[in-house]
Ligand binder design. Structure first.
Ligand code: UD1
Ligand code: CA
Length: 459
């Protein structure tokens, strides 16, 4: 963002609070919205402004927040949560000597948009203010700090709801918590903020009054958007914001040519990419880094996360995680694809089939009631109903290989490690002991499996 004329900007996002009103052992900012922690939405939005740094002020169970972002942001610890002003003050060493701007945001206001932050920054720079903040006029101002102005309309201070007089409570212009400060003015003012208020906290909002009293320039921009400023203080808020985020994603998808049969019961995360002419039936979740190819039909009642789904695939009533399904395949109803299931083109995975860490290559079929784990299944293989790859001997997992064109009879148990050769056949109910590989083109049956000679094969 820093060009020759512009001052640099860093972002500080407050994420140290427990979020008492959430009644949770998880820090509030890690509660998920649209499939990812609420703080991640804010961090990703601020990163669009290309700030020199993004600082997260962390405290309550900070290890969890650090674990989520890793090296993607800078951390500042606020060991005791003594208020939003105290939180920002913890950045004083980091910001010491820094003459640029600081964008300060709260970690519980996840719908904030890049456009609003840009207008805030632009206004701040145009007016060369010491502080600029967003304000919003709302119908219901409860839960927000109120913006107090003088007769000539200049901002005087922000009053927290708990400290407001009845007249101040009636003010409809609120503080959504999006600020841009000149760093030295911010640090200077913060040292003058006390905690003699109802909550006995050091309020960041008091910085405004301090700056005004010092004769510093404080500017505001007023947005009309009542949605963007929604904060998450309670689980009810979490559900409301989650709903709004999903609606936004679905609207974008519909604009891009995706059919959503019932937006009220369909949940697609922001991170999901969906191509044209995909149809999503009700009661379906698609989350994580999932890609869905053109013309695919998903649902009803399907859950997919972190998976790559090809074009013209049909997935009905199934649960799929960290898997790949290539073009023209059919999955379900009632299939479970666990991590590292790789399904080729034109494959059929049918009802009550579980696949884990296995490859099922093109044109193969596993239509009914089977478990395929740690297996490599070639092309044009037919797996009969009730086939089990017994991959676990109680100590270690072993691999089953079924080569191209093989046909596995119903109820076959393949005790791994074992290999079935090309075009080999097993009869119904065969139990193949471990390491008893079946050669190509052979027909095996029985318990334990033995080779059937041609004259025995039709019995
Ligand atoms: C704050 C504002 C209020 C504004 C509202 C907008 C103050 C004093 N009040 O109130 O004017 O209308 O947000 O959403 O700033 N946090 C810390 N350390 C702390 C305290 C809080 O990091 O010591 C973090 C929290 O984790 C949270 C954010 O700051 O992400 C906001 O704190 P919260 O307690 O929700 O502030 P509000 O009472 O909602
Ligand atoms: Ca809040």
């Amino acid at each position: 963002m820093a060009t020759k004329k512009e001052k640099p900007v860093v972002c500080a996002i407050l994420a140290a609070g427990q979020g008492t009103r959430m009644k949770s052992q998880t820090p509030k900012v890690l509660h998920k919205l649209c499939g990812k922690p609420m703080i991640d939405h804010i961090v990703q939005t601020t990163k669009k402004l290309e700030p020199a740094r993004v600082y997260l002020i962390v405290g309550f169970r900070e290890e969890l927040v650090r674990q989520f972002f890793g090296d993607g942001v800078y951390y500042i610890t606020q060991s005791q949560q003594l208020g939003t002003g105290h939180a920002v003050l913890q950045a004083r060493d980091e910001l010491f000597g820094y003459k640029g701007d600081v964008l300060v945001l709260y970690g519980d206001v996840p719908l904030v948009t890049e456009a609003t932050l840009r207008s805030l920054l632009d206004r701040h720079r145009e007016t060369c203010a010491s502080a600029t903040l967003v304000t919003t006029r709302v119908k219901n101002s409860s839960g927000f700090g109120r913006v107090v102005r003088n007769r000539s309309g200049r901002i005087v201070k922000i009053v927290e709801e708990k400290d407001a007089t009845p007249a101040q409570r009636r003010i409809r212009e609120i503080n959504p918590g999006m600020y841009c400060f000149e760093a030295p003015s911010l640090l200077d003012a913060l040292t003058e903020v006390g905690a003699s208020n109802k909550q006995q906290e050091y309020y960041l909002t008091d910085v405004i009054e301090v700056l005004v009293k010092k004769g510093k320039k404080v500017e505001t921009i007023t947005t009309a958007d009542e949605i963007e400023i929604l904060q998450v203080n309670t689980r009810k808020h979490l559900a409301q914001v989650n709903r709004i985020m999903h609606e936004r994603v679905l609207e974008r998808l519909m604009n891009d040519g995706v059919t959503i049969i019932d937006p009220k019961t369909t949940f697609v995360s922001e991170t999901v990419k969906v191509e044209q002419d995909v149809t999503i039936y009700p009661f379906t979740y698609i989350e994580g880094y999932t890609h869905v190819g053109a013309g695919t039909i998903i649902g009803p009642q399907t859950y997919i996360t972190d998976s790559v789904i090809g074009s013209n695939v049909v997935i009905v009533m199934s649960y799929i995680s960290s898997s790949i399904i290539r073009d023209n395949s059919r999955v379900g109803p009632y299939s479970h694809l666990r991590p590292e299931a790789i399904v080729g083109e034109n494959v059929h995975i049918g009802n009550f089939v579980e696949v884990k860490k296995s490859v099922i290559d093109d044109n193969s079929k596993v239509n009914h009631l089977s478990y395929i784990g740690d297996a490599k299944i070639g092309k044009n293989v037919n797996i009969g109903a009730g086939t089990i790859t017994a991959n676990y001997d109680g100590v270690k997992k072993s691999e089953t290989v079924i080569e191209d064109g093989a046909s596995i009879g119903s109820g076959t148990v393949l005790i791994a490690p074992v290999r079935v050769g090309k075009k080999a056949v097993t009869g119904a109910g065969t139990i193949v002991p471990k390491s008893h590989d079946i050669p190509p083109n052979a027909v095996f049956a029985g318990v334990p499996a033995r080779e059937l000679k041609p004259h025995e094969q039709n019995s």
